[in-house]
Design a protein around this ligand. Sequence first.
Ligand code: FAD
Ligand code: SIN
Length: 551
Amino acid sequence: MVTDFLIVGSGIAGLSLALKLSTLGKVLIVTKKQKAESNTNYAQGGIASVLADDDNFDLHIEDTLSCGCGISRRDAVEKIVREGPTRIYELIDIGVKFSEKNGRLLLGREGGHSKSRIVHAKDLTGKEIERALLHEIAENKNVQVLEYHFAIDLLTNRNLKEKNGNYKLTAKNRKENACYGVYAYDIKKKKVEKIIARNTILATGGLGQTYLHTTNPAIATGDGFAMGYRAGCLIENMEFVQFHPTSLYEKEIDDDTQVFLISEAVRGAGAVLKTRNGREFMHKYDKRKSLAPRDIVARAIDSEMKKSGDKFVYLDPSPIGKENIKKNFPHIYKTCLSKGIDITKEMIPVVPAAHYACGGIKTDLDGRTTLKNLFACGEVTMTGVHGANRLASNSLLEAVVFSDSIYKYIKKNIANIIPKNSRKEEFGKIKQRVLDWNDKGTINADEWVLVSHDKREIKEIMNDYVGIVRNTVRLQRAFRRIKMLKAEIKEYYKRTKVTVELLELRNLVTVAYIIIKSAMKRKESRGLHYMLDYPRINDKQFKKDTRLIKY
Ligand code: FAD
Ligand code: SIN
């Protein structure tokens, strides 16, 4: 298959970019499950943007920078904040129905924000955005969506015939390496095909499934991070994994479980964190109490749980009032009720859960990665916005702003990307040069137990040793184990025909490896990375991004 623009992923980043790129050429989206299945689809709180009369850009910029603990990039932060309102109105123009009152957008409040600025659609904001984007995509003749197509690896110089798999990436030749598309596994036909594209865009979302407790759906196995790493992209700040303070506590967790989120907007509306015996505790940790930034709240909960030995703390929603709970948080109300908790009458047991990756594939302000012809947008990226901790509801915003930047960059350079004399151009030759998928010598191994055991082990290691509170001994122990698993999985992968389970396992272990490797480099505590043996921030040595690149 050949296309002008190949987008991997059908969340907010991929879909909003696809609509824009469709004005410049043919767009193919590959997505590994049904098209709506994404982190986007589960977003509750909303999108942060400066729209209130009493708010201004400087305040949103300062809130974002302060949350990022000194290592956000000011230019990237200014960009998302200043472009925010335009991108919100674009979403409204394509049919997203945000909550309104008297013809004005209703603005919610979340942790770390000094003003009410969260545009939302009740407590199902992501679902409404995904619905509207997919509706537009369905009408668009220039966009094709291939569901159940799993991108395995990026096609790079290593996959060109003349190199025959022998291209060795080095610091010297890195700049000549380029991306030509992906190998994708057609899950229904059980067949791997090559998809060749002039430009490829990774919009593969998050990595929450690397941990046992996560708010992320089963698709969030960090595939994009792993693919980018293997292809030699610069990856940054992977140690900053954000734990959402309030996911619903459940006794039993299966391997692919997505724990249910209790939106920060619930605290924004007045709900208060309490211990099991009903005492407030957040005043001991931060003057913003239950609405402090997430790293502080998650650590406070972790510390209270460790002190008491309890497996959860409570969120008391009673200050919101029964009617307002039902009106503004209908999804949370109904879901909790279905699990036997009536939140208009009782407190909600909550625990922190892995939620968001602040680091990722490094991009510039145009969304370009360090690999030629490869762009990235959304959660898989490290644009410089979030620094050491993401401000609530800045993620959907970052995704729409940076997908727009990619569109603008490509539009500006379209004469080089799709030259008019297309017959003679280099792209025509590339199609002949890319190697077909070769699985000679591999077998159909029926090793379900091995795969599921390894997956559970990775998730437990990450939960126990690379969670909210870390130290050098725990990280070293985790690294030794993950390195061994990585080597075993690599061997197993080489001799086995691909399955989704195997591909995801390979990516999970790679992502775990790069998170720990990054975490071991940062010998200080900053934002989401808290080290017991280096409890202070160390600007002198570490006020910088953690860089990883694979040669
Ligand atoms: P996703 O929406 O995750 O989309 C990724 C896509 O890539 C999916 O379609 C997936 O199937 C596909 N994919 C992945 N790997 C492959 C592969 N190998 N091959 C093919 N396809 C692949 N942020 C906010 O700003 N506000 C909120 O209120 C908010 N609430 C949240 C609530 C929850 C429960 C969660 C989990 C996250 C929330 N976030 C929120 C974070 C935010 O939703 C995500 O960061 C954002 O939606 C990411 O968008 P994306 O397009 O980058 O990725
Ligand atoms: C939430 O609704 O609490 C999630 C918001 C976010 O992750 O930005």
